[in-house]
Design a protein around this ligand. Structure first.
Ligand code: PRP
Ligand code: ADE
Length: 178
């Protein structure tokens, strides 16, 4: 059942103190990718959440780089396309970008202008929600393109950093909370 799947996922997350900077407890999801069963459990749980919340999804939007590990798998499972939000300077053609802060630095996020169309319903995927800066930037990009954001979905939510508050009124779905 879902409880077993969650435990399986949880057993495949490691914590590394003081990475990449002193004071940051880094949650490492690499063991999930290394375990076919744990990775399948993540996608199963994501899919179950989409269905139980009756989210309407035309496209999955994934965030550079770790959102790319889970997003396409969920998109395939749902039978929809996948769109990349990349760090600035990586995408050819006309792009739209926005600057943001994250738990341990700053960055700029970018999409191709023709990646999404006004009115499309999207679900934004990443591995982890910390301060919410990254997901907020993705939401801003989607709003610029007049897309209908159905919610944000992550494997891990770091509750103390209150990222979900910054993302309101958008729904945040997370599998594990620390
Ligand atoms: C990490 C993580 C999230 C973001 C969360 O990505 O994968 O995308 O930080 O932090 P926030 O909620 O404070 O914005 P990072 O920018 O380190 O890049 P990476 O995925 O390329 O490793
Ligand atoms: N991205 C931002 N904060 C993080 C953390 N504590 N662990 C892993 N990825 C992160």
């Amino acid at each position: 059942g879902p409880e077993g799947k969650l435990q399986l996922v949880q057993r495949h997350v490691r914590a590394f103190p003081d990475f990449p900077k002193k004071g940051i407890l880094f949650r490492d999801i690499c063991p999930i990718l290394k375990s076919p069963a744990a990775l399948t459990a993540v996608i199963d749980l994501f899919e179950e959440r989409v269905r139980s919340r009756q989210l309407q999804v035309d496209l999955i939007v994934g965030l550079d780089a770790r959102g790319f590990l889970f997003g396409p798998l969920l998109a395939q499972r749902l039978g929809v396309g996948f769109v990349l939000v990349r760090k600035k300077g990586k995408l050819p053609g006309a792009t739209v970008s926005v600057a943001y802060d994250l738990e341990y630095g700053t960055a700029e996020a970018e999409i191709q202008e023709d990646a999404v169309a006004p009115g499309q319903k999207v679900l934004i995927i990443d591995d982890l929600l910390a301060t919410g800066g990254t997901l907020l930037a993705a939401c801003e990009l989607m709003k610029k393109q007049r897309v209908d954001i159905q919610g944000c979905m992550v494997v891990i939510e770091l509750r103390d950093l209150k990222g979900a508050d910054r993302l309101k009124p958008h729904n945040v779905f997370s599998l594990l909370q620390y």
